[in-house]
Design a protein around this ligand. Structure first.
Ligand SMILES: NC(=O)c1ccc[n+]([C@@H]2O[C@H](COP(=O)([O-])OP(=O)(O)OC[C@H]3O[C@@H](n4cnc5c(N)ncnc54)[C@H](OP(=O)(O)O)[C@@H]3O)[C@@H](O)[C@H]2O)c1
Length: 239
């Protein structure tokens, strides 16, 4: 619920993300285009905005090959946006588990990442922009061989550990590392318009926001099988 003017929070208790509704000053609300259903808007306004911002921060162009490390909530949105921007995309994962899903979302390549895995120069075009969307930063020794000269690595992982950068294999090709967190308001709004125009549909699994629904959703999340975002729906709201 968005209203004009300051909101008196002493009269509108804030119940967090599990509340049925939330009252805010309209100046801090985002317009959701009519074409976008609520369950998709929920994903776009976090994973969508973050990855759109990261692609913009890296100055991605349609002729770029984009690489994505960490094919989860953020990673699958990065794939959808990069494809809609005209880029080709390689997904980097630790196993083959998500290969089929990556190709369903029209990835151009799927690469297992691990110790001593090196690119096949005939089948693996080098990556110009690498978005790190994993829960932990990968070992860069394993990643750098897949990059083109002067590639941009965009760090998005939220973690406490320091980053270790291999030295010569990083500086000789002239790579750069940038970081991206949280979309600007302008990019957030641009992302919503872009998603509506290109009919970008996040891959969601829906659960009722009830005690049972939450148990099932968290068990699914814990199993690592959630594709790719779980959305809780308020049953009585019908949205
Ligand atoms: N920068 C931002 O603006 C921003 C915004 C939101 C969230 N984040 C952060 O982004 C990260 C991803 O969030 P998410 O919601 O997309 O999480 P998610 O849905 O759990 O997906 C994370 C993916 O990372 C992969 N992964 C985990 N550990 C890995 C490792 N050691 N090496 C390579 N891949 C690994 C997992 O792959 P498997 O399938 O192999 O397990 C999983 O697919 C989190 O750290 C989150 O806090 C950043």
């Amino acid at each position: 619920v968005a209203i004009r003017g300051p909101v008196n929070h002493t009269k509108t208790p804030v119940l967090g993300a599990f509340a049925n509704f939330h009252i805010i000053d309209a100046d801090f609300a985002y317009h959701v285009p009519e074409e976008i259903v609520s369950s998709h808007a929920a994903v776009l306004m976090c994973a969508g905005a973050s990855t759109y911002e990261a692609l913009d921060a890296a100055g991605v162009k349609p002729h770029h090959r984009v690489g994505i490390v960490g094919f989860g909530g953020l990673g699958h949105m990065a794939l959808l946006f990069a494809k809609a921007m005209g880029c080709s995309v390689t997904v980097f994962c630790r196993s083959e588990d998500k290969m089929k899903d990556a190709f369903v979302l029209e990835a151009d390549g799927y690469q297992i990442l691990g110790d001593n895995v090196i690119p096949n120069n005939d089948s693996d075009p080098p990556v110009d922009v690498l978005l790190v969307c994993s829960n932990e930063t990968p070992d860069l020794e394993n990643v750098l061989p897949f990059l083109s000269r002067r590639a941009t690595i965009v760090l998005m992982t939220i973690q406490q550990k320091p980053l270790t950068v291999p030295y010569m294999s990083f500086i000789l090709p002239g790579h750069k590392i940038i970081a991206s967190t949280e979309a600007s308001r302008a990019n957030h709004l641009a992302m919503m318009r872009f998603a509506a125009r290109h009919k970008i549909s996040p891959w969601v699994e829906e659960f009722p926001m009830t005690e049972d629904g939450l148990s099932v959703a968290f068990a699914r999340l814990g199993s690592g099988k959630m594709r790719f975002r779980g959305v809780l729906k308020v049953p009585e709201a019908g949205i």
